[in-house]
Design a protein around this ligand. Sequence first.
Ligand code: SF4
Length: 239
Amino acid sequence: MRVESFNYSHDNSHKWGMVIDLDRCNGCGACVMACQAENNVPVVGEDVARQKRTMAWLRVERYFEGEWPNLRVVFLPMPCQHCANAPCESVCPVFATYHNPEGLNAQVYNRCIGVRFCGNNCPYGVRKFNWFDYKLEQPLEQQLNPDVTVRQRGIMEKCTFCMQRIRRGKDHAKDEGRSVMDGEVTPACAQTCPTNAIVFGDLNDPKSRVAALAASKRRFRLFEDLGTEPSVIYLKGGA
Ligand code: SF4
């Protein structure tokens, strides 16, 4: 069945996904900063971070492989996994989090009442509660991205796969009477990564780069045994 959403494009045949190559990631954190800037994610500062009230839509986890002295550090960027069977969606009492027709786990901010059931039920810990009203002194407010809502205290926030960029890509494609081309939509994290560790695209397009990488023998998904069916696929383990 064809489902029409947002009434701005009739092409909802996509299934957006991301492939992250852990062998390429060097843990530089550029993707995290790009996400903060693109999505108006506030910087809470050291004191608030110590209270474990951090705010980030993407984090880079660090693990060690091997035994001393032959240790190897592995970095794992962790955005929202946009699960097909998202545990966060079923527990929201007000339907503030829902699954959109293109496989995105979406959040309606002005519907959220801040009970945080979704965050507690997310096995990946990628939903963040906004504890504060953030004020930017002039002229810092001019750095805000006008394409993204500025959230305030009392709601859950999360990675959207840069929904605003997806919309822009779809709008351009619609204006030109064509489908979105592979590589036309790139989230801020993928655009910024200096090692090209992050690839984004339409998993329903068999010719897309992301679909080819997602079929790699090196692929795995996090907590696959939970049956969440994440849309983020990781690669690891050589060529
Ligand atoms: S920008 Fe790329 S290399 Fe740097 S931490 Fe993020 S994924 Fe890893």
